[in-house]
Structures are given as C-alpha cells and as structure tokens.
Design a protein around this ligand. Structure first.
Ligand code: GLU
Ligand code: ZN
Length: 317
C-alpha cells in the first residue's frame, strides 16, 4: 500500500437553483488551490434537500463547470445516492449516545428559546429533548422526530486558510443541531462530513456564509473518527446594494452569460482580477491561472459586482 498524502479538493454545487458568478468564483478558487498543488478534484452534487432541487439544475451546474474549464476527476458523486453511508454514520452516533431524538416543532423551539438570535441561524435550541436516550426513539413513533447532535459549551477552534484562527461556541450559535431530519433524510451537516471523509477530501474551500457550519462539522469529524480537512472560507460576491448574489439574481447566472455569447475566458479573467491575480480584466483560461493563483492575494472583503464590471466582459451586450 502506498501512502497518499495528495491534496483532494471538491466542488459541491447545490442544484437548488442556477449557478451564478459568486459560485463560479468559489469553484475557481477551490479548483486552483487543489490543481496548483497537483491534487485531485471531486465533484459532488448536493441534492440532499430533494424538495428544493430544481429540474435541470444538476445538468446545468455540470455544463457550467465544463464551460469554465474546471474539470474534475473520477465519477460524479450524487449525495442522494449515498444515504446508506449517511445512515451508517447516524447509527454510530446513536451507539455513542451523541445524538438524541427530538420531537420539537419550530414553534416549540421559538417559545422555549429566550435569547435573541441571528437571522440565518434561528433560535438556539433550548435542549427540550436532550434528556432522551437514543433508544427512546422506539417509543416515539408514529410521532415524527429529528436526530440532534449534542454540543458542549466550549469554543471549537480551527485555523481558516484565509482568515486565520477562528473559534465558535455552538451553545452561542444554535446549540444542539439536527443531523437527521424529521422526514427521515440526512441533514446537510452530516451528509457533507460523511461524503467529504469518504471521498478523502483534504481541503474544503467554500463561501464564508458557511463558517458557522464548520464547528458543527468538526464535531462530527471527531465523533466519527475521521481526520478533518483544512477549511478555507472565501468572501462572497455581493451586488451594489450589498445584497449577496443569490441564485435568484438572474443576470449573473452562468448559463445566461454563456447564452449571451460571453466567453468563459472573459468570466475567468473577471474572477481572477477580483481575486488579485491579474491587474486588469483580460481573458484567461483556467489552466493559465495555475501559475498565478495565490490564496493570500484574495481580498478579505466581499467582492462587489457592479454593472460596470459586467460590461467589461461584454455583458449585458
Ligand atoms: N452545497 C453548498 C452550496 O452550494 C456548499 C456546501 C459546502 O461547501 O460544504 O452552497
Ligand atoms: Zn426537541
């Protein structure tokens, strides 16, 4: 057996909408990081939130990555096809009594939670079901229940590849969190850890809106006995009103740029310029960026995408 210390990165689009320039920027950084270290790249479709998957969005995300020249290795990984692996991990957490069945509804939680909470995070789970043991699940049926991971009141530190040391206490950002939903499907936090660990991913590069997920995932890595990858959280792309580019901002959809006749090299040039790797917005291929990629050149603030910048790549015509 040979020891494989090679870098493995991943691209993990959610087919809940179209991929836009903000997604492309994160994918480009992830791709260049792995490739510039001679690493492998896996592509995983995060379709776990099945009810929110949009028709055609998987094919479209794949076309977008090919168009940009961000190639991956091996077979495409589809998250919904990995539910057995997710379930095995849940069973291990149950055996360790690290998870408990939670029958709370949203309003139960809101009523019981006292502290104000951050908009995206929801209220801190007040531990209403934390007294339960895993085996109590048997007597709960037919009531629907989720599985929550027990958290401790301590800061979980990690060294972010771009921001440096970060430490978050899960008791201050949501408390015990859901790893299995009450519709009997895996939650993002568990699926992502199991899938990244099984694919041998060594570096996770993603938007900094996911920073609060990292301590949760680190807890799961530890509980499941896997080595955690390196985490790099990159600033998002926002529009002129300081709103984050959501998939609903139709005009930065990659498929639309493609249809408008914008060249992928023009898009890559714009993104490379936004990351500080080239001085001007000029067309460039993904492979030609390999020698220019530097993580520490990326500005720490969100990138503001203006109409004027878009016209530099001939869009809108
Ligand atoms: N699928 C997520 C997204 O598209 C990324 C999740 C992750 O990188 O962990 O926002
Ligand atoms: Zn509960």
């Amino acid at each position: 057996m040979t020891t494989n210390t090679k870098v493995v990165g991943r691209l993990a689009p959610s087919p809940t909408g179209a991929q836009h320039l903000g997604n492309a920027r994160t994918y480009l950084i992830a791709w260049l990081s792995a490739r510039s270290q001679g690493g492998r790249m896996v592509l995983r479709i995060e379709d776990i939130d099945a009810s929110r998957v949009r028709p055609g969005a998987i094919e479209s995300a794949i076309d977008d990555l090919r168009w940009l020249g961000l190639h991956w290795d091996g077979e495409l990984i589809v998250q919904t096809q990995r539910v057995n692996a997710h379930r095995d991990a849940l069973d291990r957490l149950k055996a360790l009594e690290l998870v408990y069945p939670c029958t709370c509804t949203r309003s139960d939680i809101e009523r019981a939670a006292s502290a104000p909470h951050a908009e995206n995070e929801g209220p801190i789970y007040p531990g209403l079901c934390a007294h339960r043991r895993a085996s109590d699940a048997e007597s709960l049926a037919p009531r629907p229940f989720a599985w929550r991971m027990r958290t401790t009141n301590e800061a979980i530190p990690f060294d972010d590849g771009l921001r440096g040391p970060v430490a978050l206490n899960l008791h201050q950002i949501g408390g015990d969190f859901v790893v299995w939903k009450n519709d009997d499907s895996p939650a993002y936090q568990l699926a992502v850890v199991v899938d990244d660990a099984d694919a041998g991913v060594t570096e996770v590069i993603r938007g900094d809106d996911l920073i609060p997920s990292t301590p949760r995932q680190l807890l799961l890595y530890r509980a499941l006995g896997h080595d955690a990858p390196k985490f790099v959280h990159v600033p998002l792309v926002i529009d002129e009103d300081a709103r984050r580019l959501a998939k609903r901002h139709g005009d930065t959809r990659l498929s639309l740029l493609r249809e408008a006749g914008v060249a992928p090299e023009a898009v890559l040039g714009l993104l490379a310029w936004s990351c500080g790797w080239i001085d001007e917005v000029v067309p460039i291929r993904s492979v030609d960026l390999l020698g220019r990629y530097r993580l520490d050149a990326i500005p720490r603030e969100p990138f503001v995408l203006t109409r004027e910048i878009l016209t530099k790549i001939g869009f809108p015509a």
